[in-house]
Write a protein that binds this ligand. Structure first.
Ligand code: A3P
Length: 318
């Protein structure tokens, strides 16, 4: 009883604080916040706002209704799903694809921006309103992403080194008002390694998609390869989507999509409306290897053991 009362008081205090911060935010962000507060719960085992549906752990904005929208969603010819485990470069991929497919439009015109709108968080209306050809970012696992027998739907999967994903996820969880986590790096890492985290196990997610890497309608990319050769990555993505870009066009897309260019792009929704974050930007460091600044020797040994046991023999390496 005491615990329930305390948790309700916390919820009310959290709501008051959030309302103050969200006062001038656009409607769809306010809606997300509201949904997170009413639907999300924190437990001793999982001290961050989340929802649990059929045993799986989701962000607090995901409800059974939202998952129903996903399972009944009608795809259209030309739809492209941009699939990632969280913190693997979703917004980066979304911006590259937008620059290729709609070079004349700024992200502002696509509001709400596909970079922040996730398939599983959106309403039918928001999804319908996406400009055609629709590129739809999602963190859903393979089994829950829509497919079609009637027409071609394409999927680009972007994978990132799990150590950097963990670091980025930790900072995100600490700064997101929708998740409200104030635990330590060690605490977070244990959750991440056990898969007791939003969207579940990193390894399950990436490996499921990895087994489909050779499907005709799947393009499997790595964050680290895009960092090494962004222009090359842009060309591969454009070709996969059926666009023939001149060298100059491909270079122009790559220039708009460097970390620095995106961080200083005032039209990107994540830059304009960063109210859901306690920090100033979703684009934190954008580097490969930041994990070296976070893992202790013990943590690294434990993580490497898990990494080996899950990825050995799969052909997937980072
Ligand atoms: P860091 O936290 O390591 O900086 P997502 O969009 O899936 O949430 O992923 C966020 C991560 O992608 C963040 O990583 C962010 O900085 C990085 N990112 C976003 N845009 C990028 C870009 N243009 N180049 C490199 N990394 C980028």
């Amino acid at each position: 009883m005491k615990n329930l009362l305390e948790s309700n008081i916390k919820k009310v205090m959290f709501k008051v604080a959030s309302n103050t911060v969200m006062k001038d935010a656009p409607e769809h962000l306010k809606e997300l916040m509201e949904r997170a507060i009413t639907n999300g719960r924190k437990t001793k085992e999982m001290p961050f706002l989340h929802s649990k549906i059929n045993g799986s752990i989701w962000p607090p904005v995901i409800t059974e209704e939202q998952l129903k929208i996903c399972s009944t969603f009608q795809t259209s010819p030309g739809d492209v799903f941009l699939v990632t485990y969280p913190k693997s470069g979703t917004i980066w991929l979304a911006e590259i694809v937008r620059c290729i497919t709609q070079p004349k439009k700024s992200s502002q015109e696509n509001f709400p921006d596909p970079g922040t709108l996730r398939f599983e968080m959106a309403s039918y209306e928001q999804l319908e309103a996406l400009p055609s050809p629709r590129s739809i970012p999602t963190h859903l696992p393979f089994a829950l992403v829509p497919r079609s027998k009637e027409h071609t739907v394409k999927y680009i999967y972007l994978a990132r080194n799990p150590k950097d994903v963990a670091v980025s996820f930790f900072h995100f969880m600490r700064s997101s008002r929708l998740i409200d986590f104030d635990g330590s790096w060690e605490e977070f890492l244990q959750h991440f390694m056990k898969g007791n985290i939003l969207y579940g196990s990193y390894f399950d997610h990436v490996l499921e998609w990895w087994t489909h890497k050779d499907d005709d309608n799947v393009l499997f990319l790595k964050y680290e390869d895009l960092k090494k050769d962004l222009k090359g990555g842009v060309k591969i993505i454009a070709e996969f989507l059926g666009y023939k870009l001149s060298k100059e066009e491909a270079n122009a897309v790559a220039e708009k999509c460097t970390f620095q260019a995106m961080k200083s792009n005032p039209n990107l929704e994540v830059n304009k409306f960063s109210k859901l974050s306690k920090k100033s930007s979703h684009l934190r460091k954008g580097v490969v290897g930041d994990w070296k600044n976070h893992f202790s020797d013990e943590q690294l040994a434990e993580f490497n053991k898990l990494y080996e046991s899950r990825l050995k023999g799969t052909g997937l390496q980072f």
